[in-house]
Design a protein around this ligand. Structure first.
Ligand SMILES: [Zn+2]
Length: 228
């Protein structure tokens, strides 16, 4: 059985995760925050890999803590976006001076497992070209593709509303009792059953409403579109 430990970081309302197989003790660390050490003792964990749901700087701030110790994985389509970010002023703002070494090798259906339990990589582009979700029965770790009270922004470099709409349509088809673990607690919600948030998701992907995208009152946080 996989247990989910959620780590909330107040700045950026970031939600990071440790997914642990209670049988083998193996774990994945997802989108580690810069102060990961304040939440968990890296040396005591059997970390198989660090996984970035996408490579926006708020999701990679803690990567350097794991550099040279465990593989740091992201989707292959995030590679060029990462180079653009590292070459921009954003790198200095968000990321530690040491550029994290990320292996851009994940693809749809990559063979990830903790102990004997498979963890499925779903390629869900839209918020960024190589955004991924992780799925295992009963659980969806959704990165910045869907939140409990919104969806990921697409009016940023590498974003595509058309793509996120297709990605979300795919996620909506998962079992309604799937627990969604988002990449941010925008709106103050930390998780919910998929069934509960499907109506909002449908509403938000129905129209690429220019007002919705650009009306700053409706933009809850930098990387999120909140509902009207
Ligand atoms: Zn993001």
């Amino acid at each position: 059985m996989l247990r989910v430990r959620q780590i909330a970081t107040p700045s950026f309302a970031l939600l990071s995760y440790i997914i642990i197989d209670s049988e083998s003790g193996e774990c994945f660390v997802i989108d580690p925050p810069a102060d990961f050490n304040a939440h968990a003792d890296i040396a005591s964990l059997k970390i198989k890999a660090v996984i970035n749901t996408h490579i926006h700087p708020d999701h990679t701030m803690g990567n350097h803590l794991f550099s040279g110790k465990v593989p740091i994985l992201a989707h292959t389509d995030e590679g060029s976006l990462f180079q653009r970010i590292m070459n921009s002023s954003l790198a200095a703002v968000f990321t530690a001076r040491i550029p994290p070494k990320i292996s851009f090798t994940l693809i749809e259906g990559s063979d990830l497992r903790l102990g004997d339990i498979p963890v499925e990589v779903l390629h869900t582009p839209g918020h960024s070209p190589g955004s991924i979700c992780l799925f295992w029965p009963g659980n969806l770790l959704s990165g910045d593709t869907i939140f409990i009270e919104g969806i990921g922004r697409t009016d940023i470099p590498g974003g595509s509303f058309r793509e996120i709409r297709a990605s979300i349509e795919r996620l909506i088809a998962l079992p309604g009792e799937t627990k969604v673990w988002p990449g941010h607690s925008y709106g103050g919600r930390y998780s919910a059953n998929l069934r509960e948030i499907v109506p909002l998701l449908r509403q938000m992907i129905r129209s690429p409403d220019k007002n919705l995208l650009h009306n700053s009152k409706r933009v809850l946080k930098y990387f999120c579109i909140a509902p009207a």
